[in-house]
Every structure is written in structure tokens, then in C-alpha cells.
Design a protein around this ligand. Structure first.
Ligand code: ADP
Length: 267
């Protein structure tokens, strides 16, 4: 079994909360209401995973399974340019890009390079989403022994299609069973290729709704699996967001504050 890798958010308080970062061989679930920052986090992780290991990354590529048409290459562009100067410099060296932070051509080359190492696949319905996780497994196999192995797979959103397709109490058991199978496939893939799996899950913001308890993801918590870390995101003032670790197997519960700004997720 390979050593577990840690993927940093490059935010000290949040990384400490997570025990150093998002772990490989594990599923990390970010849940929160619309606009809480779930997609922003997945974008940031697709950038950070590509950083050198000494800079909080895993020197790997990313797969982004996009079920709600949320992936924005422009946001990746912002986030690459928004990395700390010393991280940009180290990443350029790591990729053999000549130049520095003040060199526009070198920065453009870096952005292109990072975008080329994010494989985006749009999932049109739950069956297609499941199919894409099988394709992700093939892709992870293809790159396993290369310089840029797949080190993170993001599924944004994990649950939206399942929620839309399996409606009503009568379908609840079937939905949960399909979702559990999907997650089981993902965790196998995480273990096989020492990859981090990051999934998002929306909670209702309607306090009158049956599912109105904002600490409970719609459809209940995914998999009571020991290798699942759950993180609840909630809005605070302006661009601030509270990151709360919930029931992590080996870490104390706690919170950290982050901000969503143009250069990405920051302290
Ligand atoms: P969720 O996926 O949880 O619905 P998002 O990840 O899409 O939420 O987060 C949306 C938030 O991110 C919004 O509050 C928006 O203001 C912020 N955001 C998105 N893009 C930018 C940007 N370029 N600059 C600053 N904030 C941004």
C-alpha cells in the first residue's frame, strides 16, 4: 500500500484542520448550500494537485466529473495566476517552463499546462456519471506510471442527478443503493491508484423544508465509510466561508475561515 498523499488547500488554518490536507485513498465530501463554495474548492484542488510536493501539491493531474456544468477554465486561469509567487516559480521550474512570475508568456504557458492536466467530463445523468467514473478508472490506469499520474478526481455534484431522477420516498432506497455503489467504485479507484476523491453535495437552504436542517445533506450522509471525510461549508459575511470538519475518523472536529476571492481560495 502506497503512502497516503496530502493535497493542501494552501490555507494554513484549513490545512491544519484537515491534518495537512485532503488525503489520497479517501473520499472527501464537501457539502453546503448553493453558493457556499463547493465548486470553487474543487477548482482550487484541480490546480493545487499539480503543484510540486514541496509546495503542497501531489505533482499529478486531475479529473473533473462535471454534472451541473460548473467547470470554468477561466477560474482555473485566475487561480493559477493567484498562487503565491514562490509557488508559481517552483511550479514553473518543476515543469521546465523558462521564465518567472513577471513574464507574461511564461505565465500563459503555465496556465495552459495546468489546464491541459485537468480532464473534464460532463455527466448528463446518473447512469452517465457512473460510466464516467469507470472511464476515470481507465484514465488513472493509463497515467499510473507516468510523470503526471491522476492524483485527484472531483465529482461536482455527486448527488444532483440522483436527486433529480429518484424522486419520492418510494425511490429513496434505490437512489441510496445506486449512490453507494458509485461511491464504492470511487473508493476502489482511490485505493488502486493512490488518488484523492473529492465530491460535493448540496444541502437545502430552505429552513421550512423537510431537509431543512443545514447540517444534514439531502439524502443523508453519503456512505458511513471509515475512509470518508465530511466537510460542511457555510456562508459567512461577504466572501468568507466557514469550513467545518464533521465526524472525521482520525481528526478532531473543528472550523476554519476561508475567503473566496478572485485569485482563488485564501485565508
Ligand atoms: P457552490 O458550488 O457551493 O454552489 P460556488 O463554489 O459556485 O458555490 O461558489 C460561488 C461563490 O464563489 C460565489 O459567492 C461567488 O461570489 C464566488 N466566486 C466565484 N467566482 C469568483 C471570482 N472570480 N472572484 C471572487 N469570487 C468568486
Amino acid at each position: 500500500r502506497e503512502q497516503i498523499g496530502k493535497l493542501s488547500l494552501l490555507i494554513d488554518t484549513a490545512d491544519t484542520l484537515l491534518g495537512g490536507g485532503i488525503e489520497t485513498q479517501s473520499i472527501t465530501e464537501f457539502y453546503g448550500e448553493f453558493g457556499s463554495g463547493k465548486s470553487q474548492i474543487t477548482h482550487q484542488l484541480c490546480v493545487n494537485v499539480q503543484l510540486p510536493k514541496d509546495n503542497g501539491g501531489l505533482h499529478g493531474r486531475a479529473i473533473f466529473i462535471d454534472t451541473e456544468d460548473t467547470f470554468r477554465p477561466d477560474r482555473i486561469d485566475d487561480m493559477v495566476r493567484g498562487l503565491p509567487d514562490e509557488v508559481i516559480q517552483a511550479t514553473m521550474i518543476d515543469r521546465g517552463i523558462d521564465g518567472d512570475v513577471d513574464d507574461a508568456a511564461a505565465l500563459n504557458e503555465l496556465v495552459d499546462h495546468v489546464l491541459n492536466h485537468i480532464h473534464v467530463a460532463k455527466g448528463f445523468n446518473s447512469a452517465h456519471q457512473i460510466l464516467l467514473s469507470e472511464k476515470a478508472r481507465e484514465l488513472a490506469g493509463k497515467y499510473a506510471d507516468t510523470e503526471w499520474p491522476v492524483q485527484v478526481i472531483c465529482v461536482d455534484s455527486l448527488t444532483a442527478h440522483f436527486r433529480a431522477e429518484y424522486i419520492g420516498r418510494g425511490k429513496l432506497a434505490e437512489r441510496q443503493q445506486k449512490l453507494n455503489k458509485h461511491l464504492h467504485d470511487l473508493i476502489q479507484l482511490a485505493n488502486l491508484h493512490n488518488t484523492a476523491i473529492v465530491v460535493t453535495n448540496q444541502v437545502s437552504s430552505n429552513p421550512d423544508s423537510f431537509f431543512g436542517d443545514p447540517t444534514q445533506p439531502i439524502g443523508g450522509h453519503i456512505l458511513g465509510h471509515s475512509s470518508t471525510v465530511r466537510i460542511y461549508l457555510r456562508k459567512s459575511k461577504g466572501n468568507k466561508r466557514i469550513v467545518r470538519l464533521v465526524d472525521a475518523p482520525n481528526l478532531p472536529d473543528g472550523e476554519a475561515v476561508i475567503r473566496i476571492v478572485e485569485p482563488g481560495l485564501k485565508s
